[in-house]
Design a protein around this ligand. Structure first.
Ligand code: UDP
Length: 384
């Protein structure tokens, strides 16, 4: 059991990829606390982890401030943001290390750090680029990181390069790939399809929250060129992207795909569901800092077709462990899916290679070991 008293800070109560990692990182850290801006499924999931949960009085709705918003549009929120800073500063006093698990959590924790000095680790789960953040936000983030962070943990070379290109200090960066521990379901894909009531025949799936940059619309457009292929879309609009969810349904109707595309909403059984499909598609149109679903598919032995951007080419080793296609290119995506569906037997070696690679490079054990060392070092540095 870890003895450091860590204050983990996250802005959201929803469970996205970053929060799934947080749930793993806090395991066994009973001397630690998690400060959340707002309640949600994450607070419920944390309740069973036996650590101290601190709920902000002022954080509800702050997540509606979008990443690409201008700094001016944040002004009405300024009073509440200041109140959260005070809450984080107060909570920091009883802890040795502060660990910010999101961009918003980091910015406020960095300001709190001016008042209550503690080693501050930023687990940066994003790509700091113009695709994801406005210019002022990018500048503010790297300035604060350079001045206040003792370490910036990123999940990939792509995320590290973006941080440095935005002006972040290279010496702060530590690459720790996301790690997953998934025991593959022993059932066959056919059994799983029956269990989930999924149709027979060619079936592809996408398993991400619904957001324009996650590119579900590109997959739906590609399906129009793939007659007879069915598709499941797992995931919900977690961070205020409900309009996009509605647009996806409209697109399906417009392309006449209602009987081939099934929206499943947010699922807590993705690895099982994933094993039931013939192809796992990762259609993000902007660079991804990591892409847990890629590793989930590799572990499940499911062929992957992913866009060639961000961390995907690294995780898939330039196409050795999956197929890469250009982003936002529906015809190319359709072609790649058709090729995989046409000759599944030719992929046996690629799939074995992918599973071995996922186990070797993206294990939970490895991630927790690296993060544990960084936390211990941060604490030791402060105590020295
Ligand atoms: N996921 C889930 N339920 C869903 C859709 C996705 O639990 O309905 C999981 C998915 O299995 C993956 C994570 O959410 O583990 C998404 O992580 P990723 O790195 O792909 O994207 P992020 O949300 O961090 O941008």
């Amino acid at each position: 059991m870890s003895t450091e008293r860590v204050l983990f800070v996250d802005h959201t109560g929803q469970i996205g990829g970053a929060e799934l990692i947080l749930l793993d990182v806090v395991e066994g850290r009973r001397q630690s606390s998690v400060f959340l801006f707002e309640p949600g499924p994450l607070s419920e999931a944390l309740a069973s982890r036996h650590l101290n949960l601190i709920a902000s009085k002022w954080g509800r709705g702050v997540t509606q401030f979008r990443r690409d918003s201008s700094v001016l549009s944040a002004l009405p929120l300024a009073g509440r943001l200041a109140a959260i800073v005070v809450e984080i500063a107060r909570a920091s006093r009883a802890h040795d290390v502060v660990y910010a698990n999101s961009q918003k959590a980091f910015v406020l924790s960095a300001i709190a750090n001016v008042f209550v000095k503690r080693p501050l680790i930023w687990h940066l789960h994003d790509i700091i680029s113009a695709d994801h953040f406005g210019a002022a936000q990018r500048r503010a983030q790297v300035l604060l990181a350079n001045a206040c962070a003792s370490r910036v943990i990123v999940p990939s070379q792509a995320a590290a390069a973006a941080f440095v290109a935005a002006g972040g200090r290279r010496d702060l960066v530590e690459i720790v790939p996301n790690g997953l521990a998934i025991e593959p379901d022993p059932s066959s894909p056919g059994e799983l399809r029956q269990r989930f009531g999924l149709p027979p025949g060619p079936l592809v799936g996408v398993f991400s929250r619904l957001a324009p940059w996650k590119g579900q619309h590109v997959l739906i457009e590609a399906l129009a060129a793939l007659p007879g292929v069915n598709c499941i879309v797992a995931g919900d609009a977690l961070f205020g992207e409900q309009d996009y969810a509605a647009e996806l349904s409209q697109l399906v109707a417009k392309l006449g795909l209602d009987d081939r595309v099934r929206f499943l909403g947010h699922r807590s059984d993705v690895p099982k569901l994933m094993k039931a499909v013939d192809v796992m598609v990762h259609p993000s149109i902007d660079p991804e800092p990591f892409g847990r679903t890629l590793v989930e598919a590799m572990l499940a032995g499911v062929p992957v077709v992913a866009t060639d951007a961000g961390a995907a080419p690294d995780i898939l080793e330039g196409g050795k462990a999956g197929t890469l296609v250009p982003p936002a290119d529906a015809p190319a995506l359709a072609g790649a899916i058709a090729a995989v569906l046409a000759k599944p037997e030719q992929l046996t070696r690629q799939l074995e290679y992918a599973t071995g690679r996922a186990r070797a490079h993206y294990s939970l054990e490895r991630m927790l070991h690296s993060i544990g060392l960084l936390i211990a070092k941060a604490q030791a540095g402060a105590a020295a």
